[in-house]
Design a binder for this molecule. Structure first.
Ligand SMILES: [Zn+2]
Ligand SMILES: [Zn+2]
Length: 122
C-alpha cells in the first residue's frame, strides 16, 4: 500500500539533509532520523522517527532504535556504513551519562539481557 518510492531522494525532516535511500538506508545518515510512513495497521503517519537508543544484536550487528514523535511507535533500523559514527556513539553513550535506573541495578539488568557484561566473581 505504501506509495513511498525508495529510489527517490529523501529530505530529512529533522536536519534538512538530502540522502539517497539506497539499499537499506531508510534513515538520515547525518542525524539518524527517519520518517514513519505508516504504522503496523497500514495507517499513514508521516511523523519523524527520532533515534532514542542503539542496540547491539547477538551477532554483533548494530541497530538504531527509533521512536515516532507523532504516534510514539518504536522501530529498529539497521545501522549502515553511511551513518554518522559520532551521532551513533552519542546516542549509545546517552544512557550511560544519565542512567534511567539506579546504578546498583546494572548487575540485574545485564543478567536479564543475557549475562553480557557480568563481572567475574570466581
Ligand atoms: Zn537528518
Ligand atoms: Zn508514527
Amino acid at each position: 500500500m505504501s506509495e513511498h518510492n525508495f529510489t527517490k531522494e529523501n529530505l530529512c525532516p529533522n536536519c534538512g539533509k538530502i540522502w539517497k535511500p539506497a539499499d537499506r538506508q531508510d534513515h538520515c545518515p547525518n542525524c539518524l532520523c527517519g520518517i514513519h510512513h505508516e504504522d503496523d495497521d497500514g495507517e499513514i503517519c508521516g511523523g519523524t522517527l527520532e533515534p532514542v537508543s542503539v542496540w547491539i544484536q547477538e551477532d554483533g550487528a548494530w541497530e538504531i532504535l527509533q521512536r515516532c514523535r507523532l504516534c510514539g511507535h518504536m522501530t529498529a533500523t539497521p545501522m549502515t556504513h553511511k551513518d554518522s559514527r559520532i551521532k551513533v556513539l552519542s546516542i549509545a553513550s546517552k544512557p550511560l551519562s544519565t542512567p534511567p535506573f539506579p546504578v546498583e541495578k546494572i548487575r540485574e539488568l545485564t543478567r536479564i539481557m543475557g549475562g553480557q557484561g557480568d563481572i567475574e566473581q570466581e
